[in-house]
Design a protein. Structure first.
Length: 80
């Protein structure tokens, strides 16, 4: 599996954006790539977001990944 930093860079994040993610949300490094990051990014792309848009959202609001995809994010988007 790819390291988290490379995963973020593959989305199009610059080094400064990656640094901001870890500064804003240090727990990001402890998140599972396979169980948390990849499914959430896949879901966001399924909503029509492009890599650069996902990168922007995650760099501005990395705490989003601490939310449950099934219990929080999907119902919130359904509600909207």
């Amino acid at each position: 599996s790819k390291p988290i930093v490379q995963f973020l860079k593959d989305l199009g994040m610059e080094d400064l954006q990656v640094a901001k993610v870890f500064t804003k949300f240090p727990r990001f490094l402890g998140l599972s790539l396979e169980e948390k990051l990849e499914p959430t990014v896949h879901w966001l792309k399924g909503l029509g977001m492009e890599d650069r848009q996902v990168a922007k959202v995650l760099s501005q609001f990395p705490q989003l990944l601490s939310c449950s995809l099934e219990e929080t994010m999907k119902p919130a988007v359904w509600w909207l």
